[in-house]
Design a protein around this ligand. Structure first.
Ligand SMILES: [Zn+2]
Length: 119
């Protein structure tokens, strides 16, 4: 029968896949912003399922193995429009929570909380 007794806190929609790593790039519409002065790759991704906007900061040092690492934080929709490559790092580091991952962390994605430090 229709069992409604699954462990529920009352929300009628489960957490979206954009909040549960590993993340699939195909789940997002991604706008490439550019590179910042550290050579990081900045992108803004909008979740196709729920519309949440995520700022992603990707560092890759091709001459170092296992150097790939990224951070992503949710942005208010209005903030997303004003994101530039130069402002991305500061936006991420002043966020209260987000996700990080990459071979550098040996992680496909894990939740992080403030203080967030890009390294
Ligand atoms: Zn989502």
């Amino acid at each position: 029968m229709n069992s409604a007794t699954t462990s529920s806190n009352g929300a009628n929609r489960g957490p979206c896949s954009c909040r549960h790593p590993p993340f699939q790039y195909t789940d997002y519409d991604t706008e490439h912003i550019g590179e910042d002065s550290h050579g990081a790759d900045i992108a803004v991704s909008t979740c196709k399922a729920c519309g949440s906007v995520w700022l992603k900061y990707l560092v890759e040092e091709p001459h170092h193995s296992r150097s790939g690492r990224w951070w992503r934080v949710e942005l208010p929709a209005d903030a997303a429009k004003g994101v530039s490559a130069a402002s991305a790092r500061g936006l991420i580091e002043c966020s209260a929570e987000g996700f990080a991952g990459g071979s550098y962390f040996d992680s496909q994605g894990h939740a992080i909380t403030a203080p967030i430090r890009i390294r």
